[in-house]
Write a new protein. Structure first.
Lengths: 95, 232
């Protein structure tokens, strides 16, 4: 249900990670396994938008870092989600 | 499984593989692949093709379009066209015996008699009469002469039907001239030729249409995909 791009941004929020590390991290905090095609589709889109960038030179295990703009975008998305979650939970409470 | 995944990863555009290929390879080495990953990578490859290359998508669709058009031409019946002409000389040189034929066509009864006599277009059911009308061409070649053409997959039938149409035409004109007191001095029929070679379906025209249609469809899908792709 969650957007893979948002999951990648959230995974990079606490530090640089390469593809496999992101995949494991996302599985740990969501219980959902991203396939390699889905993961690299999200990485491609995020890098094109300048929300993540490559750090390090190992081309087989290239780590990515959240950019300042990516951090702002993630913050905005999570705040919006938080409002939705809060509202939904409040409305679910018995009257 | 890894070998299969690497093979499927070739679906990604070359430009994308040059940039992300080694990383994807590294990921495939580190992870434990499952069967769903094959579909996931194939889907990712197709999506990247759509995002990265409207032109290559247009090329792909145009090739498919041309192939489909070629197959369609193989399923269509050949078109053999028999041609003859009827010339009518009026006694009064000022008369115009073909004038009525320019505004009238064969009657339904006339066409049905031809259809039944030759069992034409048996697979067209209730549309046989329309099919017959569409297969007939009448072209004036001079003030008093009319070329009659009929298109059919069988050469002998095309020739015979064209001949019958010529006679029907001449009879119609004769009836008309009697009514208007404009007698004909003579009617000259040219017996229709036996169509030598098929004149259709035109393979090149079909393939060109398939190429062009495919290219346009491919570009439209590519552009629509780019406009509707996820924003994050």
């Amino acid at each position: 249900m969650a957007d893979p791009s948002l999951l990648v941004l959230a995974s990079l929020a606490d530090g640089d990670k390469h593809g496999y590390a992101m995949m494991e991290d996302i599985e740990r905090f969501t219980g959902m396994r991203l396939g390699p095609g889905t993961l690299y589709g999200a990485i491609t889109r995020l890098e094109e938008r300048g929300w993540i960038r490559v750090v390090g030179a190992d081309e087989r295990r290239r780590p990515y870092r959240l950019t300042a703009e990516g951090r702002r975008h993630l913050n905005a998305q999570l705040s919006s989600l938080e409002r939705v979650v809060k509202t939904g939970l409040q409305r679910l409470k018995p009257i | 499984m890894r070998t299969l995944l690497r093979l499927v990863a070739r679906l990604y555009p070359a430009k994308w593989r040059a940039r992300y290929g080694p990383e994807l390879d590294g990921l495939l080495d580190d992870m434990t692949p499952i069967w769903q990953d094959v579909l996931d990578v194939a889907k990712g490859g197709l999506q990247m093709q759509l995002r990265h290359s409207v032109v290559s998508l247009a090329v792909l669709f145009s090739i498919v379009g041309a192939g489909v058009a070629m197959l369609v031409t193989l399923t269509l019946p050949t078109q053999l066209i028999a041609r003859g002409f009827v010339s009518m000389q009026p006694r009064d040189t000022a008369a115009d015996p073909l004038s009525t034929l320019r505004t009238t066509t064969f009657s339904g009864d006339q066409l049905r008699s031809v259809l039944d006599a030759h069992n034409l277009f048996p697979s067209d059911g209730g549309h046989r009469e329309k099919r017959l009308r569409d297969s007939i061409r009448l072209e004036p070649v001079s003030k008093n002469a009319l070329r009659v053409s009929f298109t059919y997959p069988d050469a002998r039938t095309a020739q015979q039907v064209t001949w019958e149409l010529e006679v029907l035409l001449a009879n119609t004109v004769r009836a008309n001239t009697l009514l208007t007191n404009t007698a004909l001095s003579r009617v000259i029929y040219e017996y229709p030729n036996t169509p030598p070679t098929a004149e259709g379906p035109h393979l090149l025209a079909f393939v060109a249409t398939g190429l062009l249609g495919g290219a346009m469809l491919g570009m439209m899908i590519g552009i629509l995909w780019q406009q509707t792709r996820p924003s994050t």
